[in-house]
Ligand binder design. Structure first.
Ligand SMILES: [Zn+2]
Ligand SMILES: [Zn+2]
Length: 184
């Protein structure tokens, strides 16, 4: 690791991840690795994807560049009643990322399946496994929790440092944890 790059805290020589919607009106780029990747097995994610889980890369909003097109944020109900804003292509309506009430605009939950190379971001943790569909078999030893978790217990050091940076510039509580809890 280049110590200078670390000092500056900038995404120097970080990998990039490009993605977009199905009709290709929306194209975006993640300018660094995400903070963490959730595989969420909650019923809400199952319903919203029409599948068995959602795969979300959590990343600071300022590390998501819109390269082309625009998104439309749709207020969508959540279990907490606080709602989430799902950003969709205004043409094909594919969802590319969400913001939850707790985290506001600070952190986006980018839908990994919309990346050009989704295989590059496998889950770092499986959450809400209490409602995992029984035929979904998790890899041996994969981090998994029945509901949610504390970031400090699972996130790598670099992600916790990044989180500290945006917490300092936004609010004193823990928006990511609050965001996920807000779904319940
Ligand atoms: Zn589209
Ligand atoms: Zn979920």
């Amino acid at each position: 690791m280049n110590p200078l790059a670390h000092e500056q805290g900038a995404p120097v020589q970080q990998p990039r991840y490009d993605g977009g919607c199905t009709c290709r009106f929306v194209r975006y780029r993640l300018s660094s690795r995400p903070l963490f990747v959730h595989c969420c097995h909650c019923r809400w994610c199952q319903r919203e994807t029409g599948a068995s889980f959602a795969l979300n890369a959590l990343i600071e909003a300022d590390r998501v560049q819109l390269l082309q097109g625009d998104v439309q944020a749709i207020d969508t109900p959540s279990a907490s009643g606080k709602g989430q804003r799902i950003s969709r292509c205004p043409r094909c309506r594919i969802a590319v990322w969400s913001n939850y009430a707790g985290a506001g605009d600070a952190v986006r939950f980018v839908r990994v399946g919309t990346l050009d190379e989704p295989d590059r971001l496998p889950p770092d943790i499986h959450i809400y496994t209490e409602s995992r569909q029984p035929w979904v078999v998790l890899p041996e030893g994969a981090p998994a929790v029945p509901q949610y978790y504390k970031a400090s217990a699972y996130w790598p050091r670099e992600s916790l440092d990044r989180r500290a940076a945006w917490l300092a510039s936004s609010r004193p509580d823990d928006p990511v944890d609050a965001a996920q809890r807000a779904k319940e």
